[in-house]
Every structure is written in C-alpha cells, then in structure tokens.
Design a protein around this ligand. Structure first.
Ligand code: KIV
Ligand code: ZN
Length: 537
C-alpha cells in the first residue's frame, strides 16, 4: 500500500524571509488560499512573535483558510510559543506550533552558548509548553545535519517524550549530501526509541543545489513529511522547491511507487505564478517544472519528435500541472461581472471598493490595448491594492526626456482629500519620476533592483515593473506597477513600495519599527520614511 508524504509549505515563513520578498497581509492571504487549492497538508503561515504584521497575517490565515493545518513558528521561549499559540487559535484543532532550537556544536558554542544538557532541557520545555496550548506540535533541531548524530538522537527522543508529533530534520545551511542525509534519517529511525510516535519531516536548503536530491533521499530513508516553498524561494539559495520534489516522485512512480501526496497537481503552475507575482521574485526561465522554458522545445529535431510522439522529449504532460490553460481574453467591452468572474477563476477575492478601483483601471487599460489577458489583470491587481484613504495614488505624471534635454518629471499624488505636486530633474526618465515622488513625500529611497516584464505579447502589451527599494531600514521593499507606459508603470511600482513601507511601519510601531519625527509638512502623524529606524527584537 502506498504511504502518504505530507506536504508542508513554508513559502509564507521561510520563503518570505528572502531579501525583498516580503508580502503584505493581503498578498499572504491570496497565497494561502491558493495553497489551499493546491491542497498542501500544512501551511506555515509565519513567525507570529516577530512583528504585529506577522502575528496578524498568521491569525487571518488561521481564521480564513480552511482545509490545511496552519502552523506558526516559535523559538523555544515562552513569549514566542504563546504568540504562536494565540495566532493559530482560530484554526482550532487544525493549528500547529512549530518550535525550533539549534543543536549543532557550532550553534551551541557560538550562538546559544549553552551546554548539551541545557539544549535538551530547553527543547523539552518548549515542546511541553506548546503542547499545553495545542495538540499538534512540531519540533526542529536547527542545523540538524551538522549536529553529532548521537546528540541529535537524544534531543529528538526528548522532544517526542515532551509531546512532539512531528520531528523535523532541517539541513539549515544546505550542507548535506544525499547519501549522508538519507543515512542520517535511517540512523534516527534506528536509534530514537520512540521515533514511531512522531512523523519524521525534512527541511532542505539549496546552498549546494542538492535540496531536491536530499529530500528524496530522506523520503526513501523514512521521512514522511517534506517541507519547502513554491518556486524554491527562501534565504540565500532558497528552500527546496516543493513542485520539484513532488513532480520527481510522481514522474518516477516506478521508483517511488510506495509513496503518494494529496496535491492537486493541476494547480502547480498557477501557484507558482501567484507566488512569483506576490513575492516579486521572478522565476528563472529555465527553472524545472514552472519556468517559462520548462516545456519549450527549440531544436527542430525535438519539435519533430514531440509532434510524432509527445513522450519522445517530454517526461511530464505540461497540462497535468496546469500549463497551457488559455481563456478568451477580456476586452474594453467586458463588463464588471465578466471581470469579477475572471478574477474568481484566477483565485482573487476582492472587496467592493477594490473591484470598483480595479474596474476603473481595467477600463483605462482596455481603452489602450485590444485584449486584457489574465496576466494583465493580475498585474493590475498588484498595483491596485490598498485603500485610497491610506495610500498615495498617482494622479498625474508628465515626463520630458530626450538626447538634448535634462530629464524632468512632474508628479501629482493624492491620498483621500490630500493632493501634492512637485517636479524634479533626474538621471533619466525613471530616476526623475522617482525623485519627484521623493520630493513630494520628503523621503529619499534608493532603487536597488529594477525589472520590466511584458505581461502579454504585442506592441500594446502591458509592462509590469518590479522595483526593490532601500528606504534606510536595513531591508529591501518590493513594489510592483503596471501600465502600457513603462515610465508610468515605474512610478506606480515605486509608489507601491512607498505605500507598503508606510503601512508596515504603522502596523508594527512597537516591535520591528519605531516611528520617529513628524509627518510630511507636519500635517499628519506619519514619519518621513528616512526617519524610520529598524529595531531588532
Ligand atoms: O532552516 C531551518 O533550520 C529552519 C527551521 C526554523 C526549521 O527554517
Ligand atoms: Zn529553513
């Protein structure tokens, strides 16, 4: 009989830790809903103690997303565990607390400065406290793959005795190699006497490009839960790409016949696209399973083979994972109802105010281009989020540039009843536009990354600009904007980043960020962005 491999998705926690990937609550909710459609077993929704925003998003996901188990991460400290317990409470018996503590020698000696016995005591106490709040508790010995196996076995045994129902073996720094990692899982199976009382999980990072191979080796050796992210996003080289692990098992059923997952495979491509859009992290064209080129056959000999018999050069049927779903595009004649239906099909749920705003933008774009494709609609949603009372919106933009003129931009921004206008010269049209926005808002942001992506074919294609900006907070903020005009899309993307950073600062005034100083022109309580100071917990 085939055994189930539980799929644990940490896109919204480990994936979101990746520089520039941070998503706002609404984006996290969209991703969580899509993960529900993908039918993952567990969604790790965040690290609740880290900030008010993280707490709120875990709580909202635990309230609104039905089906998967909702997990919140916690260090082995009472405050962390209690925050995780409170955030996942709305999920009731679908809630899981995931506690972690580093166990490797290098972490014990240099980071924690704790003796082995103390590590075991802290791990047990942490799991016990989590267990007093919820039945479903996962324990992770951080940097497990670099921990002495005998000591690792003792910690895991203690965690299970304290009530852990899942024990996760992280390859935190992506150091493991497949034979060794598989052997480690087997060693734990053979040497932890209560191991059968918990599910063994694995959590691989990709620093050596071995995360998929390590996860598969661990499954063969006895792991029954695999943790990873969509598109493999995550710190440094990322986490294991879940779509790659599950498709390796599915495609090589001959080799993995004893295992199955309950994933809805046809949702894979849609989930990948959504995560890419929401995180602002573009998927490499050549990426396995979900990259643009994953099923493109350039060589004539291959094309010929495919036409004669698909399996000659294709090991996966792309339609099975959701490639090639084409729908009739919307046009400027499509009504509000048609747009809502298409949004539902794409998995978006917007409130009335957002639909009204989006419909107006949809009509503007429909006037400029013949067809509005699904990708266009998704791009419009990205830069239409947020209430007009709280967020600055672009009302007017005029840019002059050329080979013999100094590029200059004039922008007018509105927020509720407020309207502000200013101009600035710049080093190019995009730079001038951003400087004009900076002048209006009395801030100085730096553009660290800039990407333009054409959303659909043709000269009238909607361009989506993704920017990563540094507002002096010690981390990058992503913004996205779309328009048939690339300079306008750039202004929208920059403003999107500005609005995000301001919302984040408002949501977490006591923990992650401290707001200092008075607002623009002293007219409101918001601080100029350059005065936001990062405070590490
Ligand atoms: O990589 C890691 O060790 C982690 C743990 C918190 C599971 O992300
Ligand atoms: Zn990790």
């Amino acid at each position: 009989m085939s055994e189930k491999i539980f799929v644990f998705d940490t896109t919204l926690r480990d994936g979101e830790q990746c520089p520039g990937a941070s998503m706002n609550i609404r984006e996290k909710l969209e991703v969580a809903r899509q993960l529900q459609r993908l039918n993952v077993d567990i969604i790790e929704a965040g690290f609740p103690v880290i900030s008010d925003g993280d707490f709120e998003s875990v709580e909202r996901i635990a309230t609104e997303v039905r089906g998967p188990i909702i997990a919140g991460l916690a260090r082995c400290t009472p405050d962390d565990i209690d925050a995780a317990g409170a955030a996942i409470k709305p999920a009731a018996d679908r809630g899981r607390i995931h506690v972690f503590l580093a166990t490797s020698k290098i972490h014990r000696e240099h980071k924690l400065k704790k003796a082995n016995e103390e590590i075991i005591r802290l791990a047990s106490e942490g799991v016990r406290r989590a267990k007093s709040l919820v039945k479903n508790v996962e324990f992770s010995p951080e940097d497990a793959s670099r921990t002495e196996p005998e000591f690792l076995a003792k910690v895991i045994q203690a965690a299970i005795e304290a009530g852990a129902t899942t024990v996760n073996i992280p390859d935190t720094v992506g150091y493991a190699v497949p034979d060794q990692f598989g052997a480690l899982i087997k060693y734990l199976k053979d040497n932890v006497k209560n191991i059968d009382e918990a599910v063994i999980s694995v959590h691989c990072h990709d620093d050596l490009g071995l995360a998929v191979a390590n996860s598969l080796a661990a499954i063969r050796a006895g792991a029954r839960q695999v943790e990873g992210t969509i598109n493999g996003i995550g710190e440094r080289a990322g986490n294991v790409a879940l779509e790659e692990v599950v498709m390796a098992m599915r495609t090589r059923k001959d080799f993995y016949s004893e295992f199955h997952t309950d994933l809805q495979y046809s949702e894979i491509v849609k989930t990948s696209r959504l995560v890419s859009r929401m995180s602002g992290l573009v998927v490499a064209r050549s990426k396995a399973i979900v990259g643009e080129n994953a099923f493109a056959h350039g060589a004539g000999i291959h094309q010929d083979g495919i036409l004669k018999h698909r399996e000659t050069y294709e090991i996966i049927n792309p339609q099975e994972i959701g490639w090639g779903e084409s729908e009739l595009p919307l046009t400027k004649h499509s009504g509000r109802h048609a747009m809502i239906k298409r949004l539902e099909h794409l998995g978006y749920r917007l409130n009335d105010e957002e639909i009204t705003h989006l419909f107006q933008r949809f009509k503007e774009v429909g006037d400029k281009k013949k067809f509005v494709y699904d990708e266009d609609l998704a791009a419009l949603i990205d830069d239409s989020f947020g209430s007009s009372e709280e967020n600055w919106q672009l009302e007017y933009l005029h840019v002059t540039s050329g080979t013999t003129t100094v590029p200059t931009a004039t922008a007018r921004l509105v927020r509720g009843e407020e309207s502000q206008q200013d101009s600035a010269p710049g080093n190019g049209a995009v730079d001038a536009t951003m400087k004009a926005i900076d002048r209006i808002l009395h801030q100085s942001g730096h553009l660290v990354e800039y990407q333009v992506h054409s959303m659909s074919g043709g000269k009238d294609a909607l361009g989506e600009v993704t920017v990563k900006c540094d507002f002096g907070q010690g981390r990058l903020v992503t913004g996205k904007g779309a328009s048939t005009d690339v300079i306008e899309a750039s202004a929208r993307a920059y403003l999107n980043a500005v609005n995000r950073v301001r919302q984040q600062a408002k949501r977490a005034p006591t923990s992650e960020f401290k707001v200092q100083g008075s607002g623009p022109q002293g007219s409101n309580s918001e601080a100029p962005i350059s005065n936001l100071e990062l405070q590490t917990p």
